[in-house]
Design a protein around this ligand. Structure first.
Ligand code: ADP
Ligand code: MG
Length: 277
């Protein structure tokens, strides 16, 4: 049975600044199913981070509503429950790591929830295993690579046992190796049943999602499967966005007259299609 876990209704967000009001989100409507992996793409300033902060009540709607597991995020008495359902992972892991030892860092969130030390140790070990960082539990986070640090930040969210994790450009500061590690971890969490919301500039990452949401100027302008979203290369480029490399190459080869099937998203799919020619 499919269950809705997030519902956004006519959400509007206005930032009040010294320079005047700034409309950052305008009439956003979106539902996310439990266990779904949703990617959000859009150019800088399109409102992605503002939307992300609404999912765990870091911001309150100027108008409209957000429900997480049917709880209104604007209602103060739901705050604790909403925050314990939605974890956040941001771009810069250096801003998120608080302790001098990896395992202490992961334990920090559960400790603040007042969880028993034995249960915390169990959660920390499981979280380390999930992100493939068990060997590093006694390390200083400062000694780790960007991808490893980001996986420690993810382990922190995993140890909180949230049902949803929102990632706001978690790979933007990482090298290709770090990006692969983090995407691999995100896919694993999704396979374990977590609901994933991934904001990204990397279209290969968006292609791994069940659905892609495209934002422009504070609005959602398209929602569809990766195949649907990336089927119109010209349209995506007009929006100032890219398509996955395999989509781009397939499109060029089609223009050269190669008869390739539609819906090619990944290098593996492209390779298979070329073998069949
Ligand atoms: P994105 O994450 O897609 O780059 P943001 O959600 O960060 O977009 O920003 C959406 C719009 O809101 C942008 O025009 C941005 O300048 C503005 N904005 C973001 N944060 C603030 C803030 N704290 N105060 C005022 N304006 C903001
Ligand atoms: Mg942003």
């Amino acid at each position: 049975m499919i269950m809705e876990i997030i519902r956004v209704e006519n959400l509007k967000h206005v930032y009040q600044t010294a320079a005047g009001d700034k409309l950052a989100l305008d009439d956003i409507n979106l539902t996310v199913d439990a266990g779904e992996f949703v990617a959000i793409i859009g150019t800088n300033g399109s409102g992605k981070s503002t939307l992300a902060k609404h999912f765990n009540a870091l911001l309150k709607p100027t108008a409209g509503k957000i429900f997480v597991e049917n709880l209104d995020t604007a209602d103060e008495k739901n705050l604790w429950q909403v925050r314990s359902n939605v974890g956040m992972v941001f771009q810069n892991p250096d801003n998120e790591i608080v302790a001098a030892i990896v395992e202490d860092d992961i334990a920090f969130g559960p400790e603040n929830l007042g969880i028993e030390p034995q249960e915390i140790r169990r959660r920390v070990d499981l979280a380390l295993e999930t992100v493939n960082m068990t060997d590093y539990k006694k390390f200083s986070p400062g000694k780790l690579s960007g991808g490893q640090k980001q996986r420690i930040a993810i382990a922190g969210a995993v140890a909180m046992r949230t049902k949803i994790i929102v990632f706001d450009e978690p790979t933007a500061m990482l090298d290709p190796q770090g990006r692969r590690e983090v995407l691999g971890t995100i896919k694993k969490l999704h396979a374990q049943g977590l609901t994933i919301i991934l904001i990204t500039h990397f279209m290969e990452e968006a292609a791994a999602a069940n659905r892609v949401v495209v934002m422009e100027s504070g609005r959602i302008i398209k929602i569809g499967t990766p195949q649907e979203i990336f089927s119109d290369v010209a349209e995506i480029k007009r929006l100032g966005l890219d398509v996955p490399v395999a989509v781009e190459i397939a499109e060029r080869l089609r223009r050269k007259g190669l008869r390739l099937p539609k819906n090619i998203l990944t290098a593996a799919e492209l390779a298979d299609a070329l073998k069949g020619i």
